[in-house]
Design a protein around this ligand. Sequence first.
Ligand SMILES: Nc1ncnc2c1ncn2[C@@H]1O[C@H](COP(=O)(O)OP(=O)(O)OP(=O)(O)O)[C@@H](O)[C@H]1O
Length: 262
Amino acid sequence: MNAPLLSAAGISKTYSGASRRVAALDNASIAVMRGETLGLVGPSGSGKSTLARVLLRLIEPDAGTIDFDGADLLAQRGERLRRTRRRIQMVFQDPLAAFNPRATVASALDDPLRIHGMGGREGRQAIAAGLLERVGLDPALASRTIHEISGGQRQRVAIARAIATGPDLIVLDEAVSALDVSVRAKILELLVDLQREREIAYVFVSHDLAVVRAIAHRVAVMDAGRVVEQGSASDVVANPSSPTARALVDAVPRLAARPGNS
Ligand SMILES: Nc1ncnc2c1ncn2[C@@H]1O[C@H](COP(=O)(O)OP(=O)(O)OP(=O)(O)O)[C@@H](O)[C@H]1O
């Protein structure tokens, strides 16, 4: 069997505030294969976002190891880490928070290309136009500000920015949760198409099991900072083995009623 693209093992993280300590991750482990989508589900506060941010090296864990494509991710610093960052991108729930709202779409796309030294100024403009087209946006949107486009368009720009550097992995944290149902379906379709085209792996964090069921090959179920169950998306939905997964499935009657739907 092939080695996973990313494998995180024994990850623990405690937040220490002035008055209390929160064990957000407690010995959590996941693995993601190249080109696959791992759905990360669990109740509110179970540690999904913290684990996503640990994978992106936005939060340093207290314990654990992360292997990314055969290298120790947590040991990487400086130029070595910068090169890896190009290969692990992110899309978050609220693109308004992720972008400077007064920046133009063109500059939002130019940033990662410039930072990673991809193309000269004109080359980057052409790449950005191609990216916009690929995510289903009119390249004429390039001159608008992030503030001036719709939520669905913003999320497409976020996806364009994420794929700009040719990543192997994109971590998506509630990336479609704020979108209405029809826009959500189109964005999920785009993500699936991009994955097929470019063999990108996704870690797809969502509180919505129905959405995860639609996009993920495998699912990891989190509770209280631990991964309590991992399996194929159809198995976890049809035969949840942990009380946490059972509760998530029961909360979506439509899913429980259609276990054979794969
Ligand atoms: N910066 C922080 N400082 C202190 N505690 C935090 C911080 N971020 C998260 N926590 C706590 O850590 C735990 C895990 O939070 P996390 O956001 O990772 O969970 P989650 O599963 O993503 O939740 P949700 O689905 O509600 O977004 C929660 O108890 C949360 O209150």
